[in-house]
Write a protein that binds this ligand. Structure first.
Ligand code: 3PY
Ligand code: ZN
Length: 632
């Protein structure tokens, strides 16, 4: 390190170095801690090779036969201007007016967020996104937006992938400066599962916008509008577009299900416009908005509100693309779709096929079919890596109209059921989910209210309690914390209130709270919190650290511990991250711009008496040995 300091010293570089330089430059003796990033990565790989990655343990390693074909990108050509440039030029209100005038159907590509959340439990790693980000930026600059952040991914990126969500956002932004980035924000629940104090929500929004977010889809899991105010106002203070959201449930076409009628949705939309939304989202999180219902909804909303409308749905039924076409015909401004190989079923309808269907028609998207097909091949190869989590249904099913489970919840809840040993009883869990919804009075189900329904369903199935028997339990019986919180008013108020009998059993003598949870949540002093966090971390806490900690304190603490031992593992290729390396397999790892490590596994030795295995790698052509405790 001393020699390195000398070489990098200003005086030495300028050619003015003399022997007195050493005496007059005490900084030459300040040694930075060695950056042993390579060793840390070798330790991670070694541990993965010997003990397996916790995330995929006990599951077969996918065959991964398809080669990874990165979509073409020409660095010598510029990235054309796109919607982001337009937003920065026109401002949010001007942009929203511009959008209303567009004749073509605008498209959000959800592949980078909802598609993988809904197909494989939000496990997609940043590396797989970055590998095609330049190509998307160059060749699909006429997309409306890329949904690539928020929802469950904030949690899963840290918890399961040991990645920083803000690093993902910034790295992606660097490669894609021209297309709007979109995120899903759970209103007062931010990117978590419970209510956060108002100042946490508004600062979270500000920080996300500064890190590169442009469109905030703000929803509340009970369509309880007072919960949206703080987040929506916070978005309006940034450069970003505020997409006020109505969550669609029930069936406006079924006169027997009149709790959530056309009138109900129109009223919500009018309120959202008054609250300052630049755009309106119809968030059909479970894919319940049938092809003949959506045009009624879009037409009514177009008549009653003056802001652009963005339709989001899931293809769990197998017929959601019909709803998208009908929505386009009825004049919807933007739709959410996913690239072919990441589309369908619990995910969004097929982007490539909708583009083909509309080509030459009045709502032609003008997106490049061949580029989309090339991207589909890329994603098809990437999807192989995630096979252990890719456990969704194999066919579209009309049962979704009964259980009403959001697409984004399906694979997550299934993972949860699996980890509790309920894998084989999944159909029972789904049935209980449907019954729990009725027990709670038929509520809007989307994160976190959907998680509460899922938690109770799993709780009851595990204990062998029939849903219909819940009301006969002793008042104050034990229940999952999430359901206790929800029935105490912790997530706000559902339409028509909570059923009193269920509330009594779950809460006992505890009185539920009324009104907006944010109004009684105590403000957090963010400066103090950041300083205290810095002390705990033993370094200066950044704003990224602060929000990661505020959203998920335990997950973030574990993340920091992991980082100390293994460094930044987001740079590893996905197969190596999940499945380690095979003997003689070599990977290329760019640990920073232009700094590449070539890592090859040479040999895994037998365990010694203490249970350690000796692993030999080749690192940039030189042998490197490490020992790993075999935990088997
Ligand atoms: C989420 O909040 O994560 C969702 O995807 C809801 O649909
Ligand atoms: Zn969704």
């Amino acid at each position: 390190p001393f020699i390195e300091n000398v070489i990098h010293h200003q005086q030495f570089k300028s050619g003015q170095a003399t022997t007195t330089m050493i005496d007059t430059s005490p900084e030459l003796f300040e040694f930075k801690p060695r950056k042993d990033r390579a060793t840390k990565l070798l330790n991670f790989l070694g541990d993965t090779i010997v003990n397996g990655n916790e995330q995929v343990k006990g599951r077969p390693v996918p065959a991964m036969q398809l080669p990874l074909l990165r979509p073409a990108y020409d660095p010598s050509k510029p990235k054309p201007k796109g919607t982001r440039d337009r937003l920065l030029e026109l401002g949010a209100d001007g942009f929203s007016q511009w959008l209303l005038k567009q004749k073509r159907l605008m498209v959000t590509d959800t592949t980078f967020r909802d598609a993988h959340q809904s197909l494989f439990a939000a496990r997609m790693r940043t590396a797989d996104m970055l590998n095609c980000a330049d190509a998307v930026s160059q060749n699909l600059s006429n997309l409306f937006s890329l949904e690539m952040w928020g929802g469950a991914t904030y949690d899963t990126s840290m918890r399961f992938l040991k990645e920083c969500p803000y690093e993902r956002l910034r790295a992606f932004r660097e490669k894609t400066p021209n297309i709007l980035f979109q995120m899903l924000l759970r209103g007062a629940n931010a990117v978590g599962y419970s209510n956060y104090p108002d100042n946490v929500v508004s600062s979270f929004v500000k920080h996300a916008a500064e890190a590169g977010m442009d469109v905030f889809r703000v929803f509340d899991s009970l369509n309880y509008l007072p919960n949206l105010k703080v987040a929506m106002q916070a978005v309006r203070k940034t450069h970003a577009l505020c997409e006020g959201t109505l969550c669609y449930t029930g069936d406006i076409d079924d006169p027997k299900r009149d709790k959530y009628s056309l009138k109900y949705y129109v009223e919500l939309a009018k309120e959202l416009e008054k609250m300052g939304a630049h755009m309106l989202a119809i968030k059909d999180m479970a894919g319940l908005c049938k092809p003949f219902a959506i045009p009624k909804l879009v037409k009514a909303l177009k008549q009653e509100v003056g802001i652009p409308i963005h339709f989001h749905t899931h293809d769990s039924s197998g017929i959601a693309s019909a709803s998208v076409i009908k929505a386009a015909e009825a004049g919807v401004d933007v739709v959410d779709l996913a690239v072919s190989s990441m589309s369908g079923l619990t995910s969004q309808p097929n982007l490539n096929s909708i583009v083909a269907a509309l080509a030459g028609h009045p709502r032609d998207t003008k997106l490049d079919q061949s580029v989309l097909n090339e991207l589909s091949l890329y994603w098809e190869a990437v999807r192989q890596y995630y096979e252990p989590f890719d456990t969704g249904p194999k066919f579209g099913s009309a049962e979704v109209y009964e259980h009403e489970m959001p697409g984004g919840q399906y694979t997550n809840l299934r993972e949860q059921a699996f980890s509790l040993g309920l894998g084989k009883r999944w159909p029972e869990v789904v049935h209980a989910y449907e019954e729990v919804n009725q027990l709670l009075g038929d509520i809007v189900k989307v994160t976190p209210s959907s998680k509460c329904v899922g938690d109770l369903a799993i709780f009851l199935v595990t204990r062998g309690i029939k849903v219909s028997d819940v009301v006969n339990l002793e008042p104050g019986s034990s229940f999952p914390a999430s359901i206790v919180d929800m029935l105490s008013g912790g997530l706000g108020q559902p339409k028509g209130g909570w059923p009193k009998a269920v509330q009594k059993v779950v809460l006992g003598d505890v009185k539920p709270r009324k009104g907006r949870p944010g109004s009684y949540a105590k403000k957090i002093d963010l400066t103090q919190e950041q300083a205290a966090l810095g002390k705990k971390l033993g370094r200066k806490a950044t704003e990224d650290d602060l929000f990661r900690h505020l959203m998920y304190p335990d997950v973030f603490a574990q993340f920091c511990e992991f980082e100390k031992s293994y460094g930044d593992v987001s740079v590893l290729p996905t197969p190596a991250y999940f499945y380690g390396l095979k003997p003689n397999e070599e990977i290329e790892v760019e640990i920073e711009k232009g700094k590449v490590l070539y890592i090859k596994l040479i040999n895994v030795g037998d365990a010694n008496d203490e249970g350690y295995r000796h692993i030999t790698f080749e690192l940039n052509g030189r042998a490197r040995d490490i020992s790993v405790l075999d935990k088997s």
